[in-house]
Design a protein around this ligand. Structure first.
Ligand code: PLP
Length: 390
């Protein structure tokens, strides 16, 4: 007989949440007194810009309305700021009233989106390797994840022609994520055109996660899927202030796109949460309206770290391409090494935390992911330790 505390099936179907497993190992090493260099989780090490913290301090105590439930789809001023930012960045005009929804971080929106649009047994097309939340959200909605492998030969883009026909007939949602976590790949407008054409043809919702839109290098700005003609009635895009403005802890992002898709997600959220803390939305308004130099400064730090770290890795003989965007470095492992085995070896012998590629899906086997969210001095120390490891 089932015990009273047996978890619901949907929870037992979840694969172990990757970062929790790594965190356990990390904590054990720290308890042993190891000087760990943590290149595991993608969380900016630099503080939230002072100008945004000042806005939080200024806005929160004074505004009595902020002391009460925020409710709704986000403060009208936040939605207007998001729409203005979007138009300035991508050249696409957005209606702040019907096409923008404030989120408690983009993860929250991504996880909840299938609740609005996926029925039990519906197929959700997920990239592999990928950010684990696309699959988790599918499981919570009792959908079926069908993986689209991202291969190096195909630039870590899915090959739509290889999606099984049977899966296509039942597909409701396709997730894409560019700039990509974990592979750091970017997608062109031409690829998005093809994705939009494909999703429209097969009646699939195109959900694009663009959490890393502003972490790009060499001046090459990644496009939005909503720039493509025809995307406006098939696509929703998830944006985050977390990585762009060093704001992971404040939890704010937004969804933008087809009004019906935004409204569906808003209907789920209206029954689950009471909105993003208003004072944090005020901070978000300041961030989205900030001069371009704010994000340019953040990018400059990562670009320098990328150059130092990737050239160091290459000198050591690692097979790695300099990322064009994101703060991840996706490294092919030496022949004969498994992802989990190599990550353990690095932790035990060099005190370096890296994320095994297979934690992002089967297609990630043979790779590991390292982040450059650590100071340059630590990245250089990691390179020295790797050199010693041989
Ligand atoms: N999407 C991707 C690909 C991510 O890597 C992350 C966080 O690591 C998120 C979304 C969620 O970001 P947030 O919830 O902080 O907006």
């Amino acid at each position: 007989m089932a015990t009273r505390f047996e978890r619901a099936e949907r929870l037992t179907k979840l694969p172990p949440y990757l970062f929790i497993e790594i965190d356990k190992k990390k904590k054990a090493a720290l308890a042993r007194g190891v000087d760990l260099i943590d290149l595991g989780i993608g969380d900016p090490d630099r503080p939230t810009p002072a100008v945004l913290l000042r806005e939080l301090a200024r806005a929160s105590p004074r505004n009595r309305a902020y002391h009460q439930y925020p409710l709704g789809s986000g403060l009208p001023a936040f939605r207007r700021a998001a729409a203005r930012w979007f138009e300035k960045r991508f050249g696409v005009a957005i209606d702040p009233a019907s096409e923008v929804l404030a989120l408690i971080g983009s993860k929250e929106g991504i996880g909840h989106f299938p609740v609005a649009f996926v029925n039990p047994g519906d197929v959700v097309l997920c990239p592999d390797p990928a950010y684990p939340v696309y699959n988790a959200g599918t499981i919570f909605s009792e959908g079926v994840s069908v993986m689209m492998p991202l291969s190096e030969q195909n630039g870590f883009l899915p090959d739509f022609g290889r999606i099984p026909r049977q899966a296509l007939r039942r597909a409701r949602v396709m997730w894409l994520n560019y700039p990509n976590n974990p592979t750091a790949a970017t997608a062109s407008r031409a690829f998005f055109k093809e994705a939009v054409r494909f999703c429209r043809k097969h009646g699939i919702i195109l959900a694009h996660d663009m959490a890393y839109s502003e972490i790009y290098y060499d001046g090459e700005r990644p496009p939005s899927v909503l720039e493509v003609p025809g995307a406006r009635d098939v696509a929703i895009e998830f944006h985050s202030l977390s990585k762009t403005f060093n704001m992971t802890g404040w939890r704010v992002g937004f969804a933008v796109g087809t009004a019906e898709l935004v409204a569906g997600l808003a209907a789920v959220k209206g029954n689950l949460d009471s909105g993003v803390v208003s004072a944090i939305q005020a901070m978000g308004i300041a961030a989205l309206g900030a001069p371009a130099s704010l994000t340019a400064g953040i990018r400059k730090v990562y670009q320098r770290r990328r150059d130092v770290f990737v050239s160091g890795l290459r000198q050591l003989g690692f097979e790695v391409r300099p990322p064009k965007a994101s703060f991840y470095v996706w490294i092919r492992l030496p022949k004969g090494k498994t992802s989990a085995g190599y990550a353990s070896e690095l932790l035990d012998k060099a005190g370096i935390v890296a994320t095994p590629g297979n934690g992002f899906g089967d297609a990630g086997e043979g790779f590991m992911r390292m982040t450059i969210t650590a100071p340059e001095s630590r990245l250089k120390l990691a390179l020295q330790r790797l050199a010693r490891l041989g």
